[in-house]
Design a protein around this ligand. Structure first.
Ligand SMILES: [Zn+2]
Length: 212
């Protein structure tokens, strides 16, 4: 296994750990000249570092002691909030940069290119973390998407009208997925599926269909 493959493997095996991601950033910088576009390899390294740092800083924070609903002050909470925002803005600028009619967000989406919707908001800690895709395309490409991207969330759009091979009966949905704890705020709307246990899904309403 090549060094690059070994680092990518470690990123998949240790999803919550920034160490292999930052090792990949170093690898990209050290070997940028071996890539077809060295500048792009260095940008990719920059993105990984920016987003890992933003994520590290963006944990639970004490509230601003001076908060009065106006501009941020000089307290530690406000300074940290501002630092995270700047890191995310820099990361967004890297992802939005276009080359040959495609943004970096498109170019770095691997197996999701042409299959799913991926934008700057799809990236976290330097890699595609979530994407939006039609259920039938997800089913067809899930193996490749999961093998090539450290995905955590999948936003499914409309159900195909012909659900054969996917979910034959929307009424059967509760058998297929498990509702997460509805008291858990945001995750109220997210589901898991036995077929793809590592991913959280946002599902369309059973009546939302497209096609024939
Ligand atoms: Zn403050």
């Amino acid at each position: 296994m090549s060094t690059e493959a070994a680092i990518l493997r470690a990123i998949f095996d240790r999803r919550g750990d920034d160490t292999p991601r930052l090792a990949y950033a170093d690898f990209l910088d050290d070997h940028a000249d071996r890539y077809p576009l060295p500048a792009e390899a260095r940008q990719r390294a920059t993105l990984i570092r920016l987003q890992c740092e933003a994520d590290r800083l963006d944990g639970p924070a004490p509230d601003c002691p001076n908060y009065l609903g106006h501009l941020p002050c000089e307290c530690a909470a406000c300074r940290r909030y501002q630092a995270v925002r700047e890191l995310w803005e820099q990361a967004r600028a890297v992802l939005s940069e276009a080359r040959g009619g495609e943004t970096n967000a498109d170019r770095w989406a691997g197996p999701a290119r042409g299959v799913a919707q991926v934008g700057p908001g799809s990236y976290r800690r330097g890699f595609v973390h979530n994407l939006t895709v039609r259920p039938d395309l997800w089913e067809r490409h899930a193996a490749a998407l999961l093998a090539g991207l450290p995905l955590e969330w999948v936003w499914l759009t409309w159900w195909p009208r012909d659900m054969t091979g996917w979910v034959a009966d929307p009424g059967g949905l509760p058998e297929w997925v498990t509702w997460l704890d509805p008291s858990d705020g945001l995750r109220e709307q997210l589901h898991r599926c036995e077929r793809w246990p590592g991913v959280l899904f946002s599902l369309p309403h059973p009546t939302q269909t497209y096609g024939r």
